[in-house]
Design a protein around this ligand. Structure first.
Ligand code: UFG
Length: 320
């Protein structure tokens, strides 16, 4: 019996592959390598786009798949604002193909990588899973559409899913062997670290006129290894008979863009020059999770909550 990890060559997916393998689960990876890295995966691997249903179904026919973890999606808020077609086609149509294959092959359990971007502007300090979902960008809209699709497929075809709404994934494998490598890079922490790494002169702060204490956006940074462990817990929850559900994954503590830069200065000992620029379209001011439900229901215990530790791990990967 194997678990199929789709998008397992990507940043979060590759950490999950490592974690599942370390815990003794048989893993098969599918990834289109449009953004993933082949060298990040050392288990059976198939390069394909899940919108190629026939090719995807071949993988199910070649392995005894009894659960799926789905990471593969376009995931950049800014790009989604100018390329909604790509986001709907890859994310939403891709999910439709995956669910169709799972249904045909009788595979019941799906763990899905969703996002804080499904909420839009929050109505309270710590976002709860039942709060309104009004995405402010097409990326969040596509992930919400994917969640709804799972809900109706699950009901009609006797399937089950867990949707994990992550806040801001960050950090790296503590030994520096896996980390975040996007090209082009758009995420705050790796971009900040490019300055002490000598790859850029300064970091841009996208807006300092938000309604926050220092005017910059606040996000809840969650260590990628803590995300990986949540996926296995979610799968085990379904395997033990748990019902379909949605869980937030974050640390429940927000840091502003300026605080992230300040922490990176401390970790790296570099002055990291910063300049304020215009707001980036689609960015909500504050996104911080309540993850009490995941802790209570899944038994999830994040182990790397400290921002300094998260940035130190990312920095170690950068230096490697
Ligand atoms: N930012 C800067 N300068 C930069 C890059 C980012 O100021 O050079 C700011 C952004 O405007 C934002 C914050 O840093 O306020 C974090 O930006 P990221 O791009 O690192 O992350 P996002 O919050 O946009 O997006 C991430 C994931 C999404 C997820 C979202 C949920 O990439 O998949 O978190 O909050 F949906």
């Amino acid at each position: 019996m194997a678990i199929l990890i789709i998008g397992g060559a990507g940043y979060i997916g590759s950490h999950a592959v490592r974690y599942f393998s370390d815990k003794g689960r048989d893993v098969v990876v599918v990834d289109s390598l449009s953004t993933g890295h082949r060298e990040a995966v050392d288990v059976p691997f198939y390069q394909l786009d899940i919108r190629d249903e026939k090719a995807l179904e071949e993988v199910f026919l070649s392995h005894d798949i009894d659960g799926v973890i789905h990471f593969a999606a376009n995931s950049l808020v800014g790009v989604s604002m100018v390329e909604p077609y790509e986001y709907y086609h890859n994310n939403v149509y891709g999910m439709m193909c995956l669910l169709n294959v799972m249904r045909r092959q009788g595979v019941k359990n799906l763990v899905f990588s969703s996002t804080a971007a499904t909420y839009g502007e929050p109505i309270r300090e710590l976002i709860l899973e039942d709060d309104p979902t009004e995405p402010t960008n097409p990326y969040g809209e596509t992930k919400l559409a994917m969640e709804k699709m799972m809900k109706w497929f699950a009901r009609a075809y006797n399937m089950k899913y867990i949707s994990l709404r992550y806040f801001n994934a960050a950090g790296a494998q503590p030994d520096g062997s896996l980390g975040e490598m996007h090209n082009p890079e758009t995420h705050l922490i790796p971009l900040v670290l490019q300055v002490p790494a000598g790859q850029r002169d300064k970091i841009s702060i996208f807006g300092d006129d938000y309604p926050t204490a220092d005017g910059t956006c606040i996000r809840d940074y969650i260590h990628v290894c803590d995300l990986a462990s949540a996926h296995l817990l979610a799968l085990e929850y379904l395997e033990k008979g748990g019902e379909s559900d949605v869980f937030n994954l974050g640390n429940g503590k927000g840091y502003s863009v300026k605080e992230v830069i300040e922490t990176a200065r401390k970790v790296t000992g570099h002055p990291i020059p910063a300049v304020v620029e215009a707001r980036r379209p689609g960015d909500p001011a504050i996104l911080v999770a309540s993850s009490d439900k995941a802790k209570r229901e899944l038994g999830w215990k994040p182990e790397h909550e400290n921002l300094e530790e998260i940035i130190s791990d990312a920095w170690r990967f950068y230096n490697k």
